[in-house]
Design a protein around this ligand. Structure first.
Ligand code: AMP
Ligand code: ZN
Length: 474
């Protein structure tokens, strides 16, 4: 048994994780609003919390973990998309959910145990709102119901803001029916063209925040272990979820631990359509970037740090995965290897890196160390490498043709020629024939072979763009 430590946004500290019930470890993560393809940033929380649920299942047993991630299928962005395209809301949501699951599956994320759609929980939202009105935490006005922020003394505690800061920083909507500009909508009226449901306050639809509170209560109870999402959601969305849930169910604490992933940027800039650096997961997959390369790049940065997606990182991830697969390819030629991997425990250092607030970049570094040792013939490290890859859904045993095109064939057929050239390079260096050594090194580089010289000798790696024909004439 080992301890897991997680950084809790609520306390701003890394804490020992102690589930309320270790036979029923419960996690809720805010999911997408379904009107369009997931962009690359959306994949970050999916991948981060997928690794966390794998760790929790490893620690507490697969059947003792319940992971819930919702789909927001009632939202003004969806309504707008339906108006623009003339398509029905149901059709747009169904199609987008299908895309989302397909794209997230392609980057190696398992499906949560429950994926509730907001529109299936309207009755529970109405019941929760009624309770909040009864207990004086909400009020109805002009077809709306608003949560009274002043009625909850801990409002702002999660994100660490005072109400004044929040008013100054947020785009609060001032409206005549609000008693306080910070009060937020639990229910609002719908017209004939907008989706709506009958309610005690007239025909209308829920606000965004109430859906997560209602679904989390219904599926996980008034207190559960972990709530996750991107840190852009901390305020107001998560702050409002806490207020609603803690006022509706004062006997509970809502989420004990809050985890927030930092944002993804592209080449150092915020991803946005106007900067022309906005792309979807599907765009990358269609360009031939393997899903596991996307996953690798995401995991190479700790979830609490801003992460930068760069072309350089993509190439490096591809080269590293290619290298590991090449090392394991040879071990995997024996029939028992897969059996050994399946029966193996996850290497203790790998476990500990994840158990330390999900240190996925350290995990990848450790895999690299195992790969080095495996390359020297250490079978037990090869098993650990393969197990560690499998644990986070890198396919060590999948044929290369599927994930990397034909590169493996090209590489496997040519190492002898490459080795000869690298040997020759070393010889030229010891004979102080630096012109010849440089020519060889540059020629190899142009062909996609990176040579590293150290005291122990010369070592080399194949880059994904490796092209044997460019070695001719060297
Ligand atoms: P949305 O559909 O915009 O509500 O976002 C769905 C999820 O993706 C939420 O958990 C967001 O916090 C997260 N998210 C959105 N943009 C980014 C980004 N650039 N980097 C990381 N996470 C993001
Ligand atoms: Zn939410």
């Amino acid at each position: 048994m080992y301890d897991i430590h997680l950084h809790n946004t609520k306390t701003r500290k890394k804490e020992l994780f102690a589930p309320l019930d270790d036979k029923n470890v419960r996690m809720y993560v805010c999911g997408p609003t379904v009107y369009d393809r997931a962009h690359l940033g959306n994949a970050r929380p999916v991948i981060v919390f997928d690794v966390l649920q794998r760790l929790l299942r490893h620690r507490y047993g697969a059947e003792h973990v319940k992971y819930v991630r919702n789909f927001t299928d009632v939202d003004d962005k969806i309504n707008a998309r339906a108006r623009e395209t003339g398509r029905s809301i149901a059709e747009i949501c169904d199609e987008t959910i299908g895309w989302f699951l397909e794209d997230m599956g392609a980057v190696g994320a398992e499906e949560p145990d429950e994926m509730p759609r907001a529109t299936a929980y309207i009755a529970q939202m109405i019941a929760m709102i009624e309770g909040l009105i009864e207990s004086g935490h909400a009020y109805a006005a002009e077809g709306h119901v608003l949560f009274s922020v002043e009625s909850y003394k801990n409002y702002g505690a999660l994100s660490g803001r005072s109400v004044d800061d929040m008013i100054a920083g947020a785009r609060v909507e001032v409206a005549p029916y609000k008693r306080n500009p910070m009060d937020f909508v639990l229910w609002k009226p719908s017209d004939a063209e907008t989706p709506g449901w009958e309610s005690p306050w007239g025909y209308g639809r829920p606000g965004w925040h109430i859906e997560c509170s209602a679904m989390a209560y219904e599926l996980l109870g008034e207190s559960f272990d972990i709530h996750g999402g991107g840190n852009d959601l901390m305020f107001p969305h998560h702050e409002n979820e806490v207020a609603q849930s803690c006022c509706a169910h004062p006997e509970g604490d809502f989420a004990k631990v809050w985890l927030h992933n930092e944002m993804l940027q592209v080449e150092g800039k915020k991803m946005s359509k106007s900067l022309g650096n906005f792309f979807t997961v599907r765009d990358l997959l269609d360009q031939g970037v393997p899903g596991e390369v996307i996953r690798f790049v995401m995991l190479s940065t700790h979830y609490r740090k801003p992460m930068d997606w760069t072309e350089k990182k993509r190439k490096e991830a591809e080269a590293t995965l290619l290298k590991w697969k090449k090392i394991l390819y040879e071990f995997n030629a024996s029939a028992e290897f897969a059996e050994e991997v399946n029966g193996a425990d996850l290497h203790a250092e790998l476990v500990h890196s994840l158990a330390d607030d999900l240190n996925t970049s350290l995990y990848l570094t450790r895999l690299g160390q195992l790969a080095k040792s495996a390359a020297k013939g250490n079978k037990s490290d090869a098993v650990s490498l393969a197990k560690g890859m499998q644990f986070i859904e890198f396919d060590y045993d999948r044929s290369w043709e599927i994930s990397f095109g034909t590169s493996l064939d090209r590489i496997l057929e040519t190492p002898e020629i490459v080795q000869q050239l690298v040997d020759e390079l070393q010889e030229a260096r010891s004979n102080k024939d630096f012109n010849r050594a440089d020519a060889l090194r540059n020629g190899l580089k142009r062909a996609g072979v990176e040579v590293r010289i150290s005291k122990e000798g010369a070592d080399f790696d194949f880059l994904p763009e490796f092209d044997a024909s460019k070695l001719e004439g060297l």
